[in-house]
Design a protein around this ligand. Structure first.
Ligand code: IDP
Ligand code: MG
Length: 149
């Protein structure tokens, strides 16, 4: 069973989109194993976005993700990494299809509502950055056999 890190970014929290975003993953049948509201301090932001250190937008991304609280979540399910990425839509909401989170809720490439890990290996690293093992809960969701046969 795969896991992925999802962040509802500061714009999503400030705009009252927490329930909207969480509800989409719940309705899809994904399994929630971790969730918290938190402020991302700059050190964590820089580790999280380390792959973009040389990019021109790096400072702006660090400023933005640390500017206001985020909701950090871990979701579990078969192929959950790519499934969440397809539900998010592409990085630039202007190119995201209606029906995706970014295509329905965003217009700006910086303020694009959500983050989702881009590979299972990266997901494991990002989950370890944002959550201690004691914060992740193993539980059985009622009716899960009707989602994952
Ligand atoms: P992703 O969030 O779809 O995985 P990445 O390429 O990993 O996209 O970029 C990380 C974040 O950096 C994006 O979600 C977006 O907020 C921001 N970003 C990416 N490219 C640009 C850009 O060209 N201008 C401004 N911000 C960008
Ligand atoms: Mg990325």
């Amino acid at each position: 069973m795969e896991r992925t890190l999802v962040l509802i970014k500061p714009d999503g929290v400030q705009r009252g989109m927490v329930g909207e975003v969480v509800g989409r993953f719940e309705r899809r049948g994904l399994h929630l194993v971790g969730l918290k509201l938190m402020v991302v301090e700059r050190g964590l932001a820089e580790r999280h976005y380390a792959e973009h250190r040389e990019r021109p937008f790096f400072e702006a991304v660090i400023d933005f993700i640390s500017s206001s609280p985020v909701v950090a979540m871990v979701w579990e399910g078969p192929n959950v990494v790519s499934l969440v990425r397809s539900m998010m839509g592409p990085t630039n909401p202007a190119l995201a299809a209606p029906g995706t989170i970014r295509g329905d809720l965003g217009v700006d490439i910086g303020q694009n509502v959500v983050h989702g890990s881009d590979s299972p290996a990266r997901a494991d690293e990002e989950i370890a950055l944002f959550f201690g093992p004691e914060e992740l809960v193993s539980w059985e969701r009622a009716g899960s056999a009707w989602i994952y046969p």
